[in-house]
Ligand binder design. Sequence first.
Ligand code: ATP
Length: 438
Amino acid sequence: DALTMDKIVSLCKRRGFVFPSSEIYGGLGSSYDYGHYGVLLKENVKARWLEAMVRERDDIVALDSAIILHPQVWEASGHVGGFTDPLVDCRFCKKRFRADQLDDAQCGKRPSKHPGETDDCDLTEARQFNLMFETRVGPVEETGTKVYLRPETAQGIFVNFKNVAQLARRRPPFGIAQVGKSFRNEITPGNFIFRTLEFEQMEMEFFVPPAEADEWYRYWIEERRAWYLRLGIRESHLRVRPHDADELSHYSSATSDIEYLYPIGWSELEGIANRGDFDLTAHTRASGTKLEWVDSATGERYTPYVIEPAAGLNRSMLAFLCDAYDEELVGERERTVLRLHPLVAPVKAAVLPLLGKDAEMAGRARALYEELRRVLSVEYDDNGQIGRRYRRQDEIGTPWALTIDEQTLEDDTVTLRDRDSLAQERLPLGRVRERVLD
Ligand code: ATP
């Protein structure tokens, strides 16, 4: 069967990855809460990103800037004036649509005809709608200062350019990376966690000498594509799509999207943009602080260009889930399995005493679990039939199951079950650790 978003939503609910937010009040449709396995998976994706960006390189440093910034930041960045989507209302059904996305509007049909209706959609002219959430700082409604929840993490990086460039003691090309929440009052949120009101971004601003910008732009497109492939995303499900000139954001001279083949079709997973000197120049002009690179040895000064890979953490997690999802017939039985790469899987190994009530087996299993949990994300499960426990681990994507049985008590070996091939092998207890850490 073809993969549908419903199957992913249902698995996520069933196994506690993602729940509709405020569910006991009917849910909010465009917000989601992450349960235990969802958190572990999301944290793994984030950790792999930070590893690739910061830990394994010596030309990128980390930053964690505030969500609420000085309102002038968003004036200077162009967001107050230009961070808008074209909004159309339907006079007939009262629904709202993004004029440039009528195809995936929420009613599921192109709104020229409504489901079950013969009347045509009666759309108003498009008007520009700003996506930034507004709130107020200060104890009094009327006099408080209007501020915004950041719609991207990038601006927090640009306004810290001077601080970081001086303290990091690095010369361009160098980068600043940050992961954190962003907020957008999307006109048509939807498709599960693909588009929500709040989401986490993984953004890196790479500051380069202007003459090297093109080269680094191409470098980062390839580097980011390779990251998804290394973590197991199928090559046939990824493509790079350069933006047409009329699609480019107000700040960008070139942008390419890395798209993933979601159940809803090819959609943006990550954008890589050449932002030129737009941001540093804009903030220099508005703040009066020179955001430029000065070479203390030669006195040379210039405003670096910026290459930005901007990925969505939740969208990445959704891509990993979709790519890993599989249903197959094993004998008579259908099983659902998440073939997640071990480096992103929420749980690496499950320790299962064949008979949970057998004190000796449970004791051995417990000891193995205690040994492994110090170095790995492992789970202990002694509840129910072994087949059911295996199926549960398959659905949360656990690569290995370690079963303790009668034989373990005799010869100190365990069964290691491989999630994907279902092959079982007998392994001495003392070798389990090196094997699953491998
Ligand atoms: P789209 O065209 O899908 O609205 P965008 O081009 O506006 O996305 P960017 O501003 O480039 O997105 O943001 C970088 C990344 O942040 C996107 O590639 C996506 O992964 C993620 N992202 C953006 N908006 C949302 C959202 N509302 N919900 C979840 N993730 C998002």
